[in-house]
Structures are given as C-alpha cells and as structure tokens.
Design a protein around this ligand. Structure first.
Ligand SMILES: NC(=O)C1=CN([C@@H]2O[C@H](COP(=O)(O)OP(=O)(O)OC[C@H]3O[C@@H](n4cnc5c(N)ncnc54)[C@H](O)[C@@H]3O)[C@@H](O)[C@H]2O)C=CC1
Ligand SMILES: O=C(O)C(=O)Cc1ccc(O)cc1
Length: 366
C-alpha cells in the first residue's frame, strides 16, 4: 500500500527530498508551502503528486509528515501538530540543521499519535528555493536521525526504509551531540567565513587591490559565506549557546597565536601548523565525511581555449563523470591548473592514467 507523505516546505531541501522520495512508486507525496508559486512549480514539475489545500485535514490522514521549513517555522509547525486529531499513528520528521530546539519542542508534545524522529540531511548548496532542488542532492551524504526518547523502533525502521531511495548514509545521534559536532564543522566555520569576508571588505577601504588579490585560498576558505543569509541567521540563532562558546574558544586560540607571533616562537608555530595540516589531511578518508565523497586531480593546462573540453571529453569517453571542476589561477596564455573532482578512488586512478597517457602533467590528491 502507498504511503502518504505530507511534505511541508518545498524549498531547496524539502523540494530535493520530495523529488527523491517520488522516485519510489510506494510513495504518494502531498506538498504544502506558504509560497503559492513554489507549490505550483512543484505540481507542474511533478515534484509532488498533489498540493495540500487543507493542512489539518491532510495531516490527520498522513502516514509521514516531513517539515522542510526554516527552523523557527518548524518549531511552530510541531506545536500546531499537537492539536490535530490524527486518524492513526504518524511519523513526524524534519530536516533542520539544528536539532536540540526541535527535539525539545517535540518532547513537550502530548499528542501520543506523533512518533517524532528528528532528521538532518547533511548536504546543501548556497542556493535556496524549489528551483535549486535536486533529486540526487543527498546521494552519499550523511543523513542524521535523532529519534525522540519514546519513539518505537518500528517507526525508525520505517523512516530509514523510506529514506533508502535518497542513497544517503544514515547515522543516529542525540540532538545535543549533533548540535555540538555540526557546530564545530559546519556552523562555526560559516561564521568565520563571513567574518573573514567582512574583514577583507573593511581592508578594501584603504587597500584597493584586495578584490584582485583575493585568489584561490581566500575563495576556498570563504566559499560558504555566499550561502543563504536568512537560513544561516536561523541556524546561528537556534545554536547560539554553542556558537558563543565556540567564539570564546576561538578568541583564546587567536590570542595564543598572537602570542606565538609577538614572542617569535617560530618552532611552536610550525608545530601548530603541522598539527593542523596532519589533522586536515587525515580528514581525507572521504568515506567518513559528512560531505559527499570527492577525489581530486590537478591537471596542468597551458591554454584555456578548448583545454577544459578536451580533458572532460577524454574522461567522458571512459564514462567517468566529473562531479566538480575548477580553474585555479589561469590567465590567458599562462599555465594554469584544472582541479577535477570525481566521486570514487577508482575513477580518480583511472582518470590519472588516461590523462597521463595523453601527456598531461598532473597530480592526484591522496
Ligand atoms: N540549505 C541547506 O544547505 C540546508 C538546509 N537545511 C535545513 O533545511 C531547512 C530548509 O532550508 P532550505 O530548504 O535551504 O530553505 P529554502 O528557503 O530553500 O526553503 C524553505 C521553504 O519553506 C517554505 N516556508 C517557509 N515558511 C513556511 C511556512 N510557514 N509554511 C509553509 N512553508 C514555509 C518556503 O516558502 C520555502 O519554500 C532548514 O531548516 C535548514 O536548516 C538542512 C540541510 C542543508
Ligand atoms: O556547502 C556546505 O559545505 C554546507 O555546509 C552545506 C550544508 C548547509 C547546511 C546544513 O545543515 C548542511 C549542509
């Protein structure tokens, strides 16, 4: 029998999840969004089976409800669900980047039809809205589930089975642990990236060439600062205690670095940098990461015209698809480097051999 899934919020994440879940014949997706244009887009593009016109009525009949809304709205929806007379038990999940406030809101619910399992698919993009939604967004990504204390195992199994079609890797974490870890590896780095960009902007007032000089390193480390500001404000707000603690830790870290510099502790600084490098390089065991696996190759190219197409075609002929491509530091007529990402170690080695055989100078990231 088909499962009726009510997807509330059909933006980048809700829309991507709806697209992915719709691949299974067993799912019937009813979509709801405050934005009528989004809802129409979802219907016209076959992202949902049906738009929801009466939220309470549809929710009361649904087998699974997934909240794909911003965190603040997700908490409000949970409170709203409390008052619905459900016809049978219903699994309720969400996709919010912060889990503790959601888990707190869910555990204060007294409607015993609700089986709450917090969710966080850890993949995204700098874009927002349904037009940026992708069916394969969660492929190979970590998908965190955080079941509430009284949630039956059977409900967790049902949700896990439902999510199989996303090809993500499910891990279970307690809400607070999730927020601490994502605080360290996702939320806080975002705050720092935005602060670095703000610093460059201030310096530009007195140093006009800053934008031209902002090359590879600065762009790599600040890429995430180009993401959706409303989303990130919401994330910081709901994880603010942990953010404040991390800002304090960071201030201590910066002060320690400042002292090393002021007191010319060169070897101490080298050790510090080496430890950071070793830890960063160790993160290279991609299977462990929350970010989908990628394996890089660096190819020297002499002339931009046609060079990228030639390299891409050579790999395409062997059915190797490039998941990411970036030109590092190329200027007209000057040697540059093409960074190609593929998604498996095998493809990386195969690409290396194909291009080496064609005489390209290249290096592969271990
Ligand atoms: N953007 C990202 O990279 C990731 C975001 N998330 C989480 O996903 C959730 C949604 O984020 P995005 O999809 O990026 O945002 P989005 O802005 O692309 O989508 C949000 C959707 O919710 C709808 N919405 C807002 N208020 C509503 C309401 N009261 N009733 C019904 N619909 C409403 C909007 O119209 C929009 O379609 C957030 O909780 C976020 O923390 C999780 C993983 C990655
Ligand atoms: O682009 C990146 O590196 C991201 O950090 C994407 C992302 C954004 C928000 C999340 O809750 C999970 C993943």
């Amino acid at each position: 029998m088909k499962k009726t899934i009510l997807m509330i919020g059909l933006g980048l994440i809700g829309g991507s999840l709806a697209k992915s879940l719709r691949k299974s014949e067993e799912n019937y997706i009813i979509g709801y969004d405050i934005n009528q244009t989004t809802l129409t887009f979802a219907l016209i593009n076959d992202i949902i089976d049906e738009p929801c016109t009466n939220l309470e009525e549809t929710a009361s009949k649904a087998d699974i409800i997934i909240l794909g809304t911003p965190i603040t709205e997700t908490i409000q929806f949970l409170q709203q669900l409390e008052h619905i007379s459900f016809e049978h038990d219903v699994i309720v999940s969400d996709v919010s980047s912060v889990k503790k406030p959601i888990s707190d809101a869910a555990s204060s619910l007294e409607n015993n039809r609700i089986q709450f399992i917090g969710g966080h698919p850890m993949a995204g993009s700098h874009k927002k809205g349904i037009t940026a939604a992708k069916e394969h967004l969660f492929e190979n990504a970590i998908y965190v589930l955080s079941p509430s204390a009284n949630c039956p195992d059977e409900a967790v199994n049902t949700l896990e089975n439902l999510l199989e079609v996303t090809n993500s890797h499910i891990i279970k974490l307690k809400a607070n642990d999730h927020d601490e870890m994502t605080g360290v590896i996702s939320h806080f780095p975002h705050l720092i990236a935005s602060a670095l960009v703000q610093q460059a902007k201030k310096w530009e007032e007195t140093h006009a060439f800053i934008p031209q000089l902002a090359a590879g390193g600065f762009r790599d480390v600040t890429r995430i600062a180009s993401a959706n500001p409303e989303l990130w404000q919401d994330i910081f707000y709901h994880n603010k205690q942990k953010m404040v603690k991390m800002i304090d830790d960071w201030t201590d870290e910066m002060n320690a670095l400042k002292q090393m510099l002021q007191q010319n502790h060169k070897s101490e600084l080298t050790t510090y940098l080496k430890q950071a490098k070793d830890y960063r390089d160790g993160l290279g065991t991609k299977e462990k990461g929350a970010i989908p696996g990628f394996y890089d190759l660096y190819v020297d190219i002499r002339d931009q015209t046609g060079a990228i197409a030639t390299v891409a075609n050579l790999l395409a002929e062997k059915k190797i698809s490039i998941t990411n491509i970036r030109i590092l530091e190329i200027r007209e007529g000057i040697t540059g480097v093409l960074r190609l990402s593929v998604s498996t170690k095998d493809e990386q080695l195969q690409s290396y051999q194909i291009l080496k055989h064609r005489g390209y100078d290249l290096m592969l990231e271990e």
